[in-house]
Design a protein around this ligand. Sequence first.
Ligand code: DON
Length: 350
Amino acid sequence: MRLSRILAIFVCILVISPAGFAQKKKAAAPAAPAEGTLTPAAIQKALDEAYEKFKDVKEGKNADYIKELARVDPNIYGIAIVTTDGTIYTKGDLQSAVSIQSISKVFTMARVIEEQGPRVIMDKIGVDATGMRFNSIVAVELQKGKEINPLVNPGAIASTSLVNGSDSAAKWKSILQTHSDFAGRQLGLDGPVYISEAGDNLRNQAIAHLLLAYGRMYFDPVQATDIYTKQCAISVNAKDLAVMAATLANGGVNPVTKKKIVSPETVKYTLPVMATAGLYDDSGQWLYATGVPAKSGVGGGIIAVVPGKFGIAVISPPLSPAGNSVKAIYTIRAIIEALGVNPYQITPKQ
Ligand code: DON
């Protein structure tokens, strides 16, 4: 008998024999925490443990292409979870605020979907990952302004341009109100960050003009870029971001204020874009590790949404080369794992 056949028979015996089965079981991954273990104590413990584990991580570097961001304290480290019943759990620095940056793209996209339906995002922007950096011009050029998404700069500026409002002031008012409603309190602008980026955003202006050239910009490109720059400078702390994420986790109703901000239908179309492109060229790695939609910003924040359960946010300014907070990635990954809430982690029915 050929050696390969002998080997095949041996493997079959191993798999179907009780001894083989026992061996396979032994090698299986540790079981997920059982349903119903999302208790207040378990949530707080997961936050406390992640904080202790990662508080001394020094990897990454503040964004400095927006000059004011380089001046932000790199030691800010705040974690918050808000559950869909409105309970708030925190650890670390909840006082310090950072600019929301690209996390704002999620809420402006949600505003557009709420106002004009999901089709408009598909038809006028796109919902595909570019696989490139968030401010890639090549990504726009390659597809002639098509097949991008609202979470990279080009799609986000296009999304801002689509928000209802006859002039720039009306669009900005609507965007700031949307963010405030999601956060459950009146948010404001980080003036120095806005001025710093507005004085130095020729690249985003170029992107907006390139989109205009391809018929994919839906308002004056200079003004749309300015509104977009303002929305990126909205000031938030970790708790604000967690409430915003929890509002998505709760189907569009803010679980703290109980106010309906957007419809469940809008959330249904917002979360998949976050899953596809929320962490840019690292989105695949993120989804592989956590299974949940998320969004980062170069201010140092990341939000993640565990649908129906909770929103989580971490702020820590030093970033990876892809522009995502290093410590926030470590922290949220660890907490999702500790709480067993990766939706792809399925306990088989026996
Ligand atoms: O337009 C920019 O470059 C910034 N205002 C936002 C970029 C950003 O946050 C990318 N996210 N990680």
